[in-house]
Design a protein around this ligand. Sequence first.
Ligand code: SF4
Length: 330
Amino acid sequence: MSKPIIPIVPEQLVNDPSKGDGLGCHAGEKQMMDAAKSSGKGEVLQRYAQDYPKGPHDQPQSMCPAFGSLRVGLRMRRTATILSGSACCVYGLTFTSHFYGARRSVGYVPFNSETLVTGKLFEDIRDSVHEQADPNKYDAIVIINLCVPTASGVPLQLLPKEINGVRIIGIDVPGFGVPTHAEAKDVLAGAMLQYARHEIMAGPVQAPRTGVQTKPTITLLGEMFPADPAVIGAMLEPMDLAVGATVPTREWRELYQALDCKAVAAIHPFYTASIREFEAAGRPIVGSAPVGYEGTAAWLEAIGKATNTPQDRINAAKHKILPAIKAVLG
Ligand code: SF4
């Protein structure tokens, strides 16, 4: 006797994401992608495909990619983060964020098939953003469309760009368009840098909390261990350079500091959208990180060249750190 096949995902739901709140990562990437494209999200998905190529092994099995964006938002001061997605996804994402010590509420705008197809979900999101936009509490509110709202074309781009002085950042971070949480961090960091860059072009902006650096700075791109900026700062010192902001930043005003640099050290390789913003601001990008003997030598040379540092200072920076690395590596 043949065994019945359990219908884990009803076909109707697979073919039409608007049919309910029960879809998950298993719902069929192609169908979700097709639905999103026909709902007006084709351009953003095309950009993600170009920015974050999957490579020969396709998408790795990992936690929900949107966690990357959520984490970036939750780690910033005076920033509210709101999710728009299926309840099961939101449960998983909030659980993971609190497991990682978020100590911050995660906003959620629930939906059902009716609010999704009638456009009421978008109105609910807009209402919640208006309700939250208190300039005494927040510099920015981040709204993240998860898989189903993205596939259904919920138009976060139509939200006001600013309410009562609070910046509104709406991003689509679907698991079928952003490979892993690493790239999702860039989606939010890039969107924030773009917003901050336009603010800078429009007029004066806030200085960093610790004041403006007197030396030219190198912005570090990618999450760092706490000691990394100090160590890298010591390496840069002979070149008369200082470490500036680290992106993703911990506060909105640090975005201005990040853009106000002499060059950007792209320590992590995933930050394509952020790099695009730095390049638009005319900042040179130096890839890779100071790792190992040859790697550190090449990195210091590249930073020196990108910042027009005289060769004797570049050599001084190398002589300061390379013998110590050699001694450790043997
Ligand atoms: S939002 Fe994340 S958890 Fe939800 S279906 Fe998409 S990839 Fe899966």
